[in-house]
Design a protein around this ligand. Structure first.
Ligand code: MLT
Length: 469
């Protein structure tokens, strides 16, 4: 803390100071006049000469050493900061964002209507009595049942295994809280940055190593075209927790059934738990790629799955997701993981917004399911436009068929350098591959979330400035 104060009395200690911008009196311990001279500057304040002293005050609370290990701000706010700076320097720039995967199209009407009705309902005595006040920390029973019916009907998952929340990202941090510190964690490299950052914050890592661009103790499982974007799991033989995202953010690769069988086999053999992020599962077209890890026999004994309405129905700002913790998943002492998850949710979460949950119910109606599927098709068409564009330009491109992300190779070039070049030449924001882990360097990720005219315009600008052929 540091504040500018002006000296109110200066005869003898104790000295009284007034914060320059507020009338508060601060009592400052005796300071010698020479120290005051050193600290202070004489400034004319309201026509009279008084001392203005910069007082540096600190609390007695030590900074969380784990948070202090983090190297930079979270990836997407950092990118936004650079974008805003670019806009400040180029006020006429018509920036197009292919950066953060943020949905752009309106939430379909059947869903917004249900939420509007739910909000109205809260304004009535009866409606408030039924839906107002605190809801169940685990989510509304009907919503949990509907989620089970829509997404887990053919697998061994019950409504009571599903915990509704304010989104996958929040659940990832809460899962870290549930498992606690000093866990051995493995992540796909590249991967969604929240897995690594939350692992650092909870105390699962050592310091960052600038040479390898990795945090000590985390196992980075490199995924590239060379291994069909499926890692060498033997590297994770000692990991307790394995974060696995399919379709993968950022590469867009969806894991096949055989790959997921291997993943589950690995977890069962090593006794590890997979935290399976299925936030983009609805984008999978390939029938050989499961939409939930629970399609794999035995996954209910070694996996937690997290998912979200964000990219299904444009709920990025509304916040609604769910995490599945099956009954059969146990800790080493035989206790149920689900019980601890329930305990944690009851302590740290008061249930998802009842209006958002009404929206979730509407998403899962027949009309809502059709509307979500249309929305997803729209973004997938965007993905196809971007993918074709880069291919026509002479680039090697991955993803974009089972995911809303295009992963473009720039043949080993520094990905922040490419990011800057794309921004300065085209006024387009992309995401540098290395923001997702060291194996992402040499790539950029383009998000297919955008209005169609912006996607077409972006394709045009990219072709003009970056064509190779
Ligand atoms: C992304 O751009 O990777 C994600 O959409 C951001 C998020 O889901 O938090």
């Amino acid at each position: 803390m540091c504040c500018a104060v002006s000296l109110v009395t200066s005869h003898h200690p104790p000295y009284f100071f007034r914060a320059v911008d507020s009338p508060t009196h601060l009592l400052v311990p005796p300071l010698s006049s020479s120290l005051l001279e050193k600290l202070g500057r004489t400034l004319p304040i309201k026509g009279r000469h008084r001392k203005t002293v910069i007082v540096h005050a600190t609390s007695n609370v030590r900074r969380n050493p784990n948070i202090a290990k983090l190297q930079a701000g979270y990836l997407f706010p950092e990118i936004n900061r650079i974008k805003m700076k670019h806009l400040e320097e180029n006020p006429d720039a018509k920036i197009i964002s292919l950066g953060i995967g943020d949905t752009t199209e309106p939430i379909p009407q059947p869903i917004t209507k249900a939420m509007a009705a739910a909000a109205e309902n809260l304004g009535t005595l009866d409606g408030y009595a039924r839906y107002g006040g605190y809801g169940a920390e685990q989510g509304q029973t009907l919503l949990r049942e509907k989620l089970a019916e829509r997404f887990y009907a053919d697998v061994n998952i019950q409504a009571s295994d599903i915990f509704v929340s304010d989104g996958s990202k929040c659940d990832i941090s809460r899962l870290q809280m549930m498992f606690g510190s000093n866990r051995r964690v493995a992540v796909q490299d590249p991967s969604y940055p929240a897995y690594v950052d939350s692992s650092v914050m909870i105390g699962n890592t050592e310091m960052y190593d600038h040479a390898s661009k990795q945090y000590g103790k985390i196992v980075y499982l490199a995924c590239s075209s060379e291994n069909d974007f499926f890692p060498n799991l033997s590297l994770a033989k000692d990991a307790e927790l394995i974060f696995f995202c399919s379709p993968n953010n950022p590469t867009g690769a969806a894991a096949t059934r055989d790959q997921l069988i291997e993943l589950v086999r690995h977890a069962k053999e090593t006794g590890s738990i997979i935290i399976y992020d299925a936030a983009y599962a609805i984008y999978i077209s390939n029938p050989n790629c499961p939409k939930t890890i629970f399609e794999i026999p035995g996954a209910d004994e070694c996996c937690i799955e997290t998912c979200s309405f964000s990219k299904y129905a444009g709920f990025t700002g509304l916040r609604l997701g769910w995490t599945v913790v099956p009954d059969k998943l146990k800790f080493a002492d035989g206790s149920l993981v689900k019980n601890d998850w329930n305990r944690l949710m009851c302590t740290s979460f008061n249930g998802a917004s009842n209006i958002a949950q009404a929206g979730g119910m509407a998403c899962l109606s027949d009309e809502g399911m059709n509307a979500m599927s249309e929305l997803v098709s729209f973004y997938k068409e965007n993905a196809a436009i971007l993918k074709n564009t880069f291919e026509e330009m002479g680039y090697t491109v991955y993803g974009g068929t089972d995911a809303p992300y295009i992963w473009v190779s720039f043949d080993g070039r520094d990905s922040w350098e490419i990011f800057t070049e794309v921004l300065t030449k085209c006024d387009i924001v992309v995401t540098p591959g290395s923001g997702f882990g060291p194996a992402g360097d040499g790539f950029i990720r383009c998000s297919a979330f955008g209005h169609r005219e912006n996607i077409i315009e972006a394709a045009h600008r990219l072709k003009e400035s970056f064509s190779r052929s």
